[in-house]
Design a protein around this ligand. Structure first.
Ligand code: PMV
Length: 337
């Protein structure tokens, strides 16, 4: 199940293109000890998806006054544009280049809806930008670079199950794939909400860390749950894996409810899905929930139980789209279209 990213031995070409997939955390990252370097308070563990890829092209252009970027054909402005330009600055600083770039990104997943679009986005930008500016980085260093754009992007550099070691500084905070036995698991993303969230994960995790009395408990118990999950993965114990994953997500959301002002991403639809999952579990299905910075529920499901879970979701939510994902690959550079 170990999936290695493509090697990055590409000469400075002035252009680069890459594809990366979203990842969904099974043990969450929520809060940082260093906001500038994105050093997290706790280590996390995720599954890279094999659906909803982001494709990014970076083209250096000395004629430009500054960086420009478009997402699905629309020009980016404001904070999203500033984050991309700041990220390209990191690459330029290492190469000595001052040339601005044009960035073109396409993705199929709604942006900013708690569906890990920024993880895939900054992982793809790290790879494509490095190729374009001629920065030859090992996978671990690509992960460290991607982390600077969005913490969770450090994990989308790799495929399969990935652990982000929190580390203590820029050099020691990186993700790496973990060895795992074959696991008969699928991840279903219930796309019940497509609109951008009211509060970004960045702001929400900062507010939680600063104001929630439950935050310390979240960090401490998450380190414990990470060890438990690794043991359950090694044992290929799907019931324990699911129970730990669901508990960790609920604890993250509990820490947010304790913030001031409180943060609640869930809607009545979120709760409806959670209720149905509990019933399905009582009926003997291995199905477990996880939720990120948004109202959409993601389900970890034993492969053999996927058809029945999809049927139940169809009855509950009508035409709501559900993405079914297996274990996906790491970010890789690709030829330009
Ligand atoms: O990397 P960010 O800033 O988008 O934060 C991600 C936060 C969660 O998705 C809620 C958890 C995680 O580990 O991905």
């Amino acid at each position: 199940m170990r999936v290695e990213p493509a090697s990055q031995g590409v000469p400075p070409s002035g252009t680069g293109a890459a594809i990366a997939h979203p990842n969904i955390a099974l043990i969450k990252y929520w809060g940082k000890v260093d906001g500038e370097l994105n050093i997290p308070a706790n280590s996390s563990l995720s599954l890279t998806l094999d659906v909803a890829p982001t494709r990014t092209e970076v083209t250096l252009d000395p004629q430009l006054d500054g960086d420009v970027a478009e997402l699905n054909g629309e020009q980016l402005q404001g904070t999203p544009m500033r984050r991309i330009a700041a990220f390209l600055d990191l690459i330029r600083r290492r190469t000595g280049s001052e040339v601005p770039a044009q960035v073109r990104t396409t993705n199929e997943i709604p942006t900013g809806a708690g569906l890990a679009s920024s993880a895939a986005g900054f992982a793809a930008l790290a790879v494509a930008g490095s190729v374009a500016y001629g920065l030859d980085l090992a996978p671990r260093d690509l992960s460290r670079l991607a982390r600077r754009g969005s913490g969770s992007a450090s994990r989308s550099i790799f495929g399969g199950l990935v652990k982000w070691n929190r580390g203590t500084d820029d050099g020691s905070s990186y993700a790496e794939p973990i060895d795992a036995p074959e696991l008969d698991l699928q991840l279903l993303v219930v796309l019940s909400h497509r609109e951008p969230k009211a509060i970004s994960s960045r702001d929400a995790m900062n507010r939680t860390a600063q104001t929630s009395p439950y935050y310390r408990a979240w960090v401490e118990s998450t380190e414990v749950q990470l060890g438990e999950l690794e043991a359950a993965i090694t044992a290929a114990d799907i019931g324990s894996i699911g129970e730990i994953v669901e508990s960790n997500a609920l604890r993250m959301h509990a820490s947010m409810l304790g913030a001031r002002p409180p943060i609640r991403y869930w809607t009545s639809t979120t709760l409806m899905v959670l209720d149905r999952i509990q019933q399905l579990r009582a009926e003997g299905l291995d199905v477990f929930a996880t939720m990120d910075a948004g109202p959409n529920v993601k389900l970890l499901v034993r492969g053999a139980h996927v058809p029945e879970v999809l049927r139940a979701l169809g009855e509950l939510l009508g035409g709501t789209e559900v993405l079914a994902s297996g274990f996906g690959p790491g970010a890789a550079s690709v030829d330009r279209a």
